[in-house]
Design a protein around this ligand. Sequence first.
Ligand code: PAP
Length: 355
Amino acid sequence: MAKKVAGASLGPFPFADVEADSGLVSDVPEQLPEEHADADLVSALPSAPMAMGLSNLRLYKGFWLPEWSVPAAVALQRRFEPRRDDVIVASFPKSGTTWVNALTFATMARRAYPAADAGHPLLRLNPHQCIPFLEGLLGSRRGEAKLEALPSPRLMNTHMPLAMMPRTAAPPPGGGGCKVVYVCREPKDMVVSRWHFHRRLHPELPFADVFEAVCSGAVAYGPAWDHMLGYWSASTARPDSVLFLRYEDLLRDPAEHVRALARFVGLPFSGAEEDAGVVDDIVKLCSFGHLKNLEANKTGNLNPMLPIPRDALFRKGVAGDWANHMTPEMARRLDEIVADKLHAVGLAFHEGRLD
Ligand code: PAP
């Protein structure tokens, strides 16, 4: 693995491998004193408890962030320096992150790791292990050193809203540039997915608690509509910098969107690749049915901080499951809240599609 990493130009390489391989940062201390020492920074922010003893939320720059991630949000703005060839997969939780992480990794890394190869990293690693999670690393000195040590091109993942992104992420000349792939999901299905996920830690969590939290906006990384709007506006203003994907569109035609993704990251499929079926190989490799049944996705927990089994990321993978969980009144209420918020910029969900 070390040889490939040293080559650098064929990346991104699986983060878990780079991390295991790299002695570079082992002598860097864990904590970064700056934000952590500043207890006032977090404690001065308005707070809201998250249901069932999950982490508390703090209102920071108009968004309800998990308390533990506030130092990372600060570090993101203060110190994170995007590189021009960085790609960041951004999403509101439970909107298709795992899938888009896998698709983006497989697309960008296809020269080093052809999707049909028996040794492909996604056959032995969970997609989240292939891509560093920004808020899991930023805010710790060692974590930040790991991000810095990553060879270009870096592929990273975040749930942070656009408002937390550093100004330097804007395109040149104002910023250093970097590309963002955002995935958005029909909110009712997102709520259902979130509830099932949290239930893996708290089986007795009432669906109504998660529903009400999402409707109020006070849910991790919420309000959901502001999260979507930030990236949507950026994608319309700067389509070369922000690609706005919809989970439901990916379900409808994954190959078309993998092609769009490849063009967006500057690696369009060649005629020879098209003829060889590379797009279909990537779609198959990253399909729900395939990933769900891999040992890497059936065993183990997400991470030490979140002792939820990895299989929680692969529940049903469909659109419209909300109808099995919500009363018509609940559905109407959330639809109205979302329509009201998105109306201002002319966005709407129609049968799972955001127009
Ligand atoms: P995260 O934000 O914690 O990373 P995320 O991956 O965004 O979670 O969301 C998980 C949802 O994506 C699950 O939806 P469900 O609960 O409605 O089933 C999961 O099934 C779905 N998902 C994960 N991988 C895929 C995939 N390859 N294809 C389609 N859907 C997927």
